[in-house]
Design a protein. Sequence first.
Length: 455
Amino acid sequence: MKFLNITSIYIVGALTTIVAMILASPPEWDLFWYGHEIAIGHKAPSLIVPLLFGTGVLVWATGYALVLRNTFLGLLSEKEIKHFFIVTLLLIIVLAMIPPVLSRDIFLYYQHGWIASVKGINPYLTTAANFTDTPGIELTGVFHSNISTPYSPLWTHIATLVASLTEGSIWAATLLFRLLAIGSFLACAFIARAILRKVTPSASNLGFLFVAANPLLLVESASSGHNDIVAIAAVMFGFMLILKKPKQLLLGFMAIGLGVLLKASALPALAVAGLWVCRDIWRGRYRWIEIPKILFAVIILCAVIIAPFWTNFSELPHLFGINMLSGGPYTMWLAPALLLKKSVFHIVQDLGWQASQETVYFYVSIVLATITLLCTLYLSLRNTDKQTRLYGIAPVYVIGTILQAYWRQWYVLWPVVFMALAPRGLWLKLIWSYSIITLLSYLLTRSSNVYCCYL
């Protein structure tokens, strides 16, 4: 298929999805977002929005698949790839101009930063609902505002800075968060290409477009502004330093450490990188002294970032949101980990054993964590060269997401970006499908404005 036809399919799908998102915005959001002069003030029929959204995503995914196929086959010239990237940049601008209707997290970022900067109170110890003058309560709702920040300390520092810079304007804060997410998204695409040009030059364009043109990444970065993409960019930078410049091993691990301090989801990446280094030390590429040097630097970095919010050791899981991984108010009913825990609890009850739900959930979590760790060890240690090492990162995150996490759409950003480092094989097809199904899952997510009550 010709490049123009593929691009047209991609654009039509993207614009259809964007129109659905605009129609999904409640009238009160329009007044806040666009202003009283140009507020749309609509109320679209309940079935129109999900139909448009679902159709748009499928068409968008088709265009995405075709451009990846033609890139893999070498049918696209460098000039055409640049033109396609310009198309994605234009879509980013459009997505950044509409309300974030799929997720309210970007407003929560601001509220947590506002608590720290304006009220001068630790946002890990209080909630936005405890204040009568919290900006954006009407946007986040009572439920979300009654939850203390689940985000890692470095992100809380960033949110605090954004809140202090914007001086009470949640709209300006939203723009800054989106710009940070967009910059991180673009950094991921270019870092993937830089790594591949050294490791697998023939796959550099495919890896670049796998990130730069991915519909889920575009929506979660430019529209929702999720902080996961910022943490992923830090981890990708760390990987680049470790793989391209062995002498900068320490800096690479510090970059990955910053990723952990932005989002605890970076912990598996830190573990994988650690396994790489241990294997290289065993083979004589590095000296054993590198391990204490890395540990000391990462611990000091963590201590400096955590210090303003740390009260006692029992609060450490809260500081990294680890206590929210597999339960609580964040859990989706589709989460495989939750379904397994409920099933095991019912079996225990049927057998007549005396055990609380919390106890059963805890032991199931231990088993799932052990399986995840064993899979990480297998996928990391069986790989011998840089190409096969990179191929193992994305599967680790897919397995971890399924077995351990409570599962949300933005968690899938991790395997998608890491798959771009080794864009080949069955895992590439699986993760491509995973990302599209994930974007469609907003139709089943009650907190999104495209939720279809008929499904």
